[in-house]
Design a protein around this ligand. Structure first.
Ligand SMILES: C[S@@+](CC[C@H](N)C(=O)[O-])C[C@H]1O[C@@H](n2cnc3c(N)ncnc32)[C@H](O)[C@@H]1O
Length: 235
């Protein structure tokens, strides 16, 4: 019997788990007190640069930041950039919130639900750089369409990222890398910047690594790092 295919257009792009172990007392406190102050309301966003207390020179977006290692490192290294991080997994969000509080970071705003909610409402050309790092792989063929990368999500990202801006993607699953390349190419708005193998085999120069990447390497999988430029003129 043929398995029923899920449609590529979905009501949600979040199929993962929201909760892990019980939060420690301090994590529960920052979750309850700090998240409401930093949380973005998709219905209220006009210009994302105005979400931050000081003037920002650009806004960058990370989808599915997990434990927040990459987002934290980028926010510390780029204090004039405003960062939007999306992550529905409560424990990852609590971990990042603790760091934000301890280090008194002011250039991160957060969304604790499906990133597609934001992709649909952020204004056109309002983001300079987007990161999708080790998205859930959904390796079974019948689950491939649960992947965050789809024609629909790339169209929305192409609308958000300003011409000349960048979309970075990393994965340790070769099939997902190919899947993303095919969809980025046919989007007509993203150009893969690689010229030679080192360009996708080696991480970016400002790459701090992530928890998921460390696990993938321990388990013997080799990551690929794709950089796409948002074309100035879409084909
Ligand atoms: C495999 S983990 C990788 C986490 C992190 N980027 C890293 O490299 O360690 C994928 C993450 O994406 C998050 N995620 C999955 N679907 C999402 C969605 N629709 N919107 C936002 N985050 C999502 C999951 O909760 C999970 O934390």
């Amino acid at each position: 019997m043929a398995l029923k295919e899920e449609p590529e257009r979905r009501e949600t792009a979040f199929y993962g788990r929201r909760k892990g172990h019980k939060l420690r007392a301090r994590q529960a406190d920052v979750f309850a007190e700090l998240l409401p102050r930093l949380r973005i309301d998709p219905a209220m966003v006009t210009d994302p640069a105005l979400l931050f207390p000081g003037k920002v020179t650009d806004v960058w977006l990370e989808i599915g930041f997990g434990g927040g290692e990459h987002l934290l490192a980028q926010a510390l290294a780029n204090p004039t950039i405003g960062f939007i991080g999306c992550e529905p997994f409560i424990n990852g969000m609590a971990k990042l919130l603790s760091e934000i509080e301890t280090r008194d970071i002011t250039n991160i705003r957060l969304y604790d639900n499906d990133a597609m909610d934001l992709l649909g409402v952020l204004p056109e050309k309002s983001i300079g750089r987007a990161f999708l790092l080790y998205p859930d792989p959904w390796p079974k063929r019948r689950h491939n369409k649960r992947r965050f990368v789809s024609d629909e999500s790339l169209t929305l990202l192409g609308r958000l990222i300003r011409p000349g801006g960048v979309f970075r993607f990393a994965s340790d699953i070769d099939h997902y890398v190919g899947w993303t390349l095919v969809r980025a190419m046919r989007s007509g708005v993203f150009q893969w910047t690689a010229k030679e193998a080192v360009d996708w085999r080696l991480p970016w120069l400002d790459w701090p690594g992530t928890r998921y990447e460390a696990k993938a390497k321990r388990e013997g999988r080799t990551p690929s790092y794709l950089t796409f430029k948002r074309q100035i003129t879409a084909s």
